[in-house]
Write a protein that binds this ligand. Structure first.
Ligand code: CTP
Length: 410
């Protein structure tokens, strides 16, 4: 069983404080020991009793409560992770200045564990040079400051400043807790990622498709965006997924639409990732009206398929032909099994050569798993022949490992 982590959830005084309740529940559901430290103004939005009931631990806001326990030092010293959501402009200013004038800021002064701040405020406050300077200071000290989401704020306005969804904050915070850094290594880079499955129309209501959820592509987008990249997701059919903070989504349906969108948006990209499950074939003809079962022309009994373009290979050819930015890195995906004579890794080695991409994330889907480890998710191969194992874990943690491999070749 995994070790229980001691997680401090800090809550600063903003309207998004109510969302901290979902974050606390999320951590509690995975069995973590959660200590909530609100600022005094956070209690204007959510009562102390709510935080105590949800966390199962006492809650105080000042260093003058439970003085005999030296709580302001103890909480910070014992924490495995501190997450502050929402982090307001004022709170970040106090932390950047090294203040310790309440229990939460004092806890941050003491903590040596990873610290994640999830900002929430009006767009003007977020973009204010003072806030941006404070964020830069905090990041330079190794604190992870997540990008706020774009969207509806309190009142009628909308823009960057919305709190990232609690589930996304929890997943990102766990990624940081697992040892992955969300530092700003992709600042200034443009990253284009395909995600989900394509749907190939048979007639106006039917299609040929696949079960891809799009989660891995979205997780890559999420990690890349929080590392400072400008991210575009070209999404086919996916599960209902939250748009990663700051990322842009271009919706497509078929493989041919995906090809067009990928070629268009990749033209000035630094990194292109093909995480989508592209249908290899499509119906040769698409009926303009719904086909009828048992019709004399048999159109539904036999569907002729024709091959779809291989987008990944075309992207590589385009780059080498000068269409993509010079030095752009291209990442492919593959799911492989071994057979009697070859391992999944052998097939992955053949595939990276065939596709010509710089990195290939290969999911080993053999039953016995290569290297005999049940924890083995797969491996990342590079064009130069390097192979690194990817440890099993949530898609965000797999995404972080792929981005780390990418950073090495960028
Ligand atoms: N891919 C693509 N265009 C296609 C098919 C696949 O761009 N028409 C991309 C996928 O997004 C993935 C990589 O190619 O990044 C490998 O996909 P996979 O289905 O494993 O490759 P195939 O060439 O179809 O090989 P296989 O015969 O093993 O299915």
């Amino acid at each position: 069983m995994e070790r229980q982590s001691k997680i401090v959830v800090g809550v600063a005084g903003g309207i998004a404080a109510y969302k901290a309740c979902h974050l606390i529940r999320n951590f509690k559901e995975t069995g973590d020991d959660v200590w909530v430290v609100p600022t005094a103004s956070a209690l204007n939005f959510v009562g102390k009793a709510t935080f105590e009931a949800l966390s199962g631990n006492p809650v105080s806001t000042t260093v003058f409560e439970a003085v005999d326990e030296v709580r302001h030092v103890k909480i910070g010293q014992e924490a495995d992770l501190v997450v502050v959501a929402p982090a307001t402009a004022d709170f970040m200013a106090r932390v950047a200045a090294g203040r310790g004038d309440d229990l939460l800021s004092a806890t941050l002064l003491v903590a040596t564990c990873p610290v994640v701040l999830a900002p929430a405020m009006h767009t003007e406050m977020w973009l204010n040079p003072a806030t941006q300077a404070n964020v830069a200071t905090l990041r330079s000290r190794g604190i992870t400051v997540l990008e706020p989401a774009h969207g509806r704020l309190t009142g009628k306005d909308s823009g960057p400043g919305r709190l990232t969804e609690p589930e996304q904050i929890a997943e990102l915070a766990r990624t940081v807790l697992a040892g992955h850094r969300l530092d700003r290594t992709l600042e200034g880079k443009k990253v284009v990622i395909s995600a989900g499955g394509t749907q190939e129309a048979i007639d106006p209501v039917r299609y040929v498709g696949n079960r891809s959820s799009g989660k891995q592509g979205f997780a890559l987008a999420e990690i890349a965006a929080h590392k400072g990249a400008e991210v575009t997701i070209v999404a086919g059919a996916t599960d209902k997924l939250d748009c990663p903070s700051g990322a842009r989504i271009v919706k497509v349906v078929s493989a041919r639409e995906m090809r067009e969108a990928m070629l268009e948006h990749s033209a000035d990209a630094d990194v292109v990732i093909m995480a989508a499950a592209v249908a290899d074939y499509r119906p040769e003809t698409v009926a303009s009206s719904k086909l009828k079962k048992g019709a004399a022309d048999n159109q539904l009994d036999t569907i002729n398929l024709v091959e779809n373009p291989d987008i990944l290979r075309e992207l590589v050819a385009t780059r080498d032909g000068g269409g993509l930015k010079e030095g752009a890195k291209i990442v492919g995906f593959a799911a492989e099994t071994g057979d009697e004579t070859h391992s999944a890794l052998d097939f992955a080695r053949i595939k990276i050569q065939k596709k010509g991409c710089d990195l290939l994330m290969c999911n080993d889907v053999s039953e016995g798993k290569v290297f005999g480890k049940s924890s083995n998710e797969g491996f990342i191969l590079s064009k130069s022949g390097d192979v690194r194992e990817v440890t099993a874990g949530p898609k965000n943690e797999v995404a972080a490992q792929i981005i780390e491999a990418l950073e090495e070749i960028l």
